[in-house]
Design a binder for this molecule. Structure first.
Ligand SMILES: [Zn+2]
Length: 375
């Protein structure tokens, strides 16, 4: 089998469930060092990160990925051991095949081939890997990006290998991601007997109108290729279990996925003002997962569109859908960011898989992107 296939299998055999790296980055670092890359292993907290560079100065092109995988769930639900790569009917099965050890292996092979063919290329080709993309993402790329900004490490272009394709390799080019903001709301009331409502304050009744307004609100009409901003309530809890007790408090969790019309601070202010208008006694805790980012038309996007069209046979759909990714931490450094990777139909699922033919094509696709930008 090919180099990229073998390396993918070696990575899958390492059970690197977040935030474990299980030796993946050592293996990759050794290979990139042998190809002439300068490798810096950044152990931050419990998290391994690898920063490997070839060449110097601008422009800086980063291939961004993660070596960690999500848990397998009960292994007996898999048709084969999730950490023993297995091919059936042209598909390679195993945890991380699509998200995203196949892409990471393809980065390595593409980078090796590129520097062998262009040892004196202009600028810097870099590979940045973390073992904390699927988890809290605190000591992963978020932390590395902070170090970069202290060091003055600029990044011009970033290609993330997240599985972006829908049906065939290269049919979708991710050009941005929505922001994500989560809230835990506690509305306080006064507990009491349902027969004596004048002696209690019912937090469910008090919050109902505010929640109705919050969930009915039209936030915007979308932005460029972004869908409209959306707020979803994910949890709501109140009550003692008894039918004759007015509860003392109500807890609500909600999340916003928002386009570049908004930033987290503006949304927090808007929602705080809405709750105040309803006269609620409340506590509100926010968690900012990442601001939206968007790569407008430019060199990276036009090169990627042409290269993907060569591979897929048609121009890709250009989209900002899906969850968020580590590119959210690289974009604020001033980088144009895109995401290109294999088909995402099975990611995070039982029997995660990648088409062997797609895996075999990936190194050439990444190498072509790098050559168009740096050679
Ligand atoms: Zn991923």
């Amino acid at each position: 089998m090919s180099d990229v296939f073998d390396l993918t299998c070696e990575l899958i055999a390492r059970p690197s469930v977040t935030p474990e790296d299980a030796g993946c980055q050592q293996l990759i670092g050794n290979r990139l060092a042998a190809a002439g890359f300068n490798c810096e292993h950044l152990r931050l907290g419990e998290v391994d990160n690898l920063w490997a560079t070839h060449g110097s100065g601008a422009p800086v092109l980063v291939l961004l990925g993660h070596t960690d995988v999500v848990p397998t769930g009960p292994a007996e639900n898999w048709a084969s051991d999730p950490f023993k790569p297995e091919v059936r009917d042209g598909m390679l099965y195993g945890r991380g095949t699509a998200d995203m050890k196949g892409s990471v292996a393809a980065f390595v092979v593409a980078a090796e081939q590129f520097v062998a063919a262009h040892p004196e290329h202009p600028g810097t080709l870099a590979v940045l890997l973390t073992s904390d993309e699927e988890g809290d993402a605190i000591d992963g790329v978020r932390h590395v990006a902070r170090l970069f900004s202290e060091r003055g490490q600029g990044i011009d272009w970033c290609i993330t290998g997240e599985p972006s394709s829908t049906a065939t390799l290269g049919d979708l080019l991710r050009v941005g991601r929505r922001g994500s903001l989560s809230a835990k709301l506690r509305v306080k009331g006064v507990q009491g007997h349902v027969a004596y409502p004048d002696k209690a304050r019912n937090p469910i009744h008090l919050a109902a109108a505010a929640l109705a307004e919050l969930t009915a609100r039209h936030w915007d009409d979308g932005y460029e290729s972004f869908p409209p901003t959306s707020l979803q309530v994910s949890n709501i809890n109140a009550g003692t279990g008894a039918n004759n007790v007015i509860p003392g408090e109500l807890q609500v969790m909600f999340n916003l996925r928002y386009n570049p019309h908004w930033n987290a601070a503006q949304l927090e202010t808007e929602i705080g003002a809405l709750l105040d208008r309803h006269g609620l006694d409340y506590e509100l805790n926010w968690h900012r997962s990442g601001e939206p980012f968007y790569t407008p038309e430019g060199r990276l996007r036009s090169v990627a569109r042409e290269v993907l069209a060569e591979f897929a046979g048609a121009a890709p759909e250009e989209s900002t859908g899906g969850g968020t990714s580590d590119a959210r931490f690289i974009a604020p450094l001033g980088a144009q960011c895109i995401e290109v990777g294999p088909v995402n139909a099975s990611i995070h699922q039982v029997d995660e898989n990648v088409r062997v033919a797609d895996l075999e094509a990936l190194p050439a696709l990444y190498r072509r992107l790098v050559e168009r930008l740096l050679a």
